[in-house]
Design a protein around this ligand. Structure first.
Ligand code: UGA
Length: 458
């Protein structure tokens, strides 16, 4: 099938290369000329497992094309997937300008029956608004052509997006029109049929239900993380061990281990943005979503708490202190710095006059650009280099290579071997035994030379 995709961000590109690899003919449109030029040449524009390989394969098979010409995208097919960004505005609402502009351009060029599939995460009711806009535009053009609008949200987590796309848990199609639903189901048919185990359910629902399902899934996961983070604070002052408590909980199959790791808070381009968007949409409808507010507040407090504990170790004066940072990306297996808690800590340290020696396996270059105005920000080539004469090490992203920690090297290289574990990755007692002081949420601060008990004091 021929499909035009609008927007070459994460969702658009992953969908584009994956669909092209299962045999569909894809044309990806974007306004960013440089990005499109690079993609035409098969050059990597995003860090995502297997993406480069799939892009090369799709180009070689002549199944994927790239353009900045919207008319070409409009004429390429009669199936159009909207994957443009919907970033947060200052009031928390989603900015739908790019989406509406892509739809308007498309309708302007449409002369045949057309299917618009909305994949961008959008406020509930957007598909209906788009449908109405389409009718209005057609009326203005005095054009009689059928254009259906379907919501088909995407559930891709960065770092595992290709796998998520090729092995979905479910496919949600929001449409009131059976023919449109069938068309979208047909697009996904090869993916559904290729699953070795049980095929994922293809769920048909109303467009608004599909849109809310997307928010609901993300916010439920964010809620689970905030719950674990709140519990970690309670564990810290009650003396319970958060790791033991969570193990105790997640062995109940109804709770499960996924998304249950406490730490310095969640970041990324989805959870914080989606929370703000649904809170905004609720409040303009005179409903105060108390739980969503709490999920967001717990997250804000958790990152504040972690950052404050770092600063409190130096009596809130970090000037000329050297801080080693392992991990800058908001999560492992991505070079994305959006809403990264690590970057928030780095920025506060830099503003406070600390020298930051940071290492990330892939996000170093992005961080270099982000903090280019700071002379006291140094990107290191290795995790070992970052430790040199450091007064504290903060591990902020759980990259696999950080799980292996040489405490002897910490003692040898650092001015003072103090480890702040933002992702609860290490065994506190093992670290303490090795002569390194340790802090993690839910554990508290354990000075290396303290007796066996855990302490919350510095
Ligand atoms: C999230 C969802 O997981 C995807 O299903 C969804 O499709 C995507 O948003 C989206 O809306 O596009 P993503 O933001 O890429 O994916 O990353 P997650 O793996 O969900 O992690 C988000 C944040 O939560 C990260 O900062 C991570 O470190 C943190 N996290 C995750 C925890 O603090 N604890 C956990 O147990 C898991």
């Amino acid at each position: 099938m021929k499909i035009s995709i609008y927007g070459t961000g994460y969702v658009g590109l992953i969908a584009g290369v994956c669909f092209a690899n299962i045999g569909h003919k894809i044309l990806c449109y974007d306004v960013d000329q440089e990005r499109i030029n690079n993609l035409k040449l098969g050059k990597s524009v995003l860090y995502e497992q297997d993406f480069d390989k799939l892009l090369a394969n799709a180009l070689e098979k002549d199944n994927i094309y790239f353009t900045t010409n919207i008319e070409a995208a409009a004429c390429f097919s009669n199936i159009h997937m909207m994957c443009v960004g919907t970033p947060s505005l200052n009031d928390g609402s989603a900015n739908l300008t790019y989406l509406f502009s892509a739809v308007e351009n498309l309708v302007f060029h449409s002369t045949e029956p057309t299917l618009i599939i909305i994949k961008s995460t959008v406020p509930v009711g957007t598909s209906i608004l788009i449908s109405n806009k389409v009718k209005e535009l057609l009326l203005e053009r005095k054009e009689i052509v059928s254009i259906d609008v379907v919501s088909c949200p995407e559930f891709l987590a960065q770092g595992e997006a290709v796998h998520n796309f090729m092995h979905p848990n479910r496919i949600i199609i929001g449409s009131d029109n059976l023919l449109a639903f069938e068309k979208v189901r047909e697009i996904y048919e090869p993916i559904v049929r290729s699953q070795k185990g049980e095929a994922p359910p293809v769920l048909c629902m109303s467009p608004s239900s599909a849109e809310l399902s997307k928010y609901a899934s993300n916010l439920f996961l964010a809620c689970k993380i905030s719950f674990m983070n709140e519990l970690s604070r309670i564990a810290e002052f009650t003396g319970a061990n958060i790791t033991e408590v969570i193990n105790g909980m997640v062995s109940d199959k109804r709770i499960g281990p996924a998304m249950s790791h406490p730490g310095c808070g969640f970041g990324g381009s989805c959870f914080p943005k989606d929370l703000k968007a649904l809170i905004h949409q609720s409040e303009i409808n005179n409903y105060t979503p108390q739980l969503l507010h709490a999920v967001l507040d717990v997250n804000i407090n958790q990152k504040k708490y972690f950052i404050e504990r770092v600063f409190s170790l130096f009596n809130f004066d970090v000037k000329n202190k050297t801080i080693a940072i392992w991990g800058l990306a908001f999560k492992p297996n991505t070079d994305d710095l959006r809403e990264s808690i690590s970057c928030e800590l780095v920025e506060e340290l830099l503003v406070g006059g600390a020298i930051v020696q940071a290492y990330d396996p892939v996000a170093g270059n992005n961080a270099k650009k982000k903090f280019q105005s700071f002379k006291n920000f140094i990107i290191c080539k290795s995790k070992e280099e970052a430790l040199d004469k450091a007064d504290l090490l903060a591990v902020m992203t759980e990259w696999p290579e950080f799980f292996c920690i040489d405490t002897e090297l910490l003692k040898h290289s650092m001015n003072s071997p103090i480890l702040f574990d933002g992702r609860n990755m290490y065994d506190p007692q093992e670290i303490k035994k090795s002569g390194v002081s340790y802090f993690a949420v839910g554990i508290g601060y354990i000075p290396a030379n303290s007796p066996e008990t855990l302490s919350n004091d510095n």
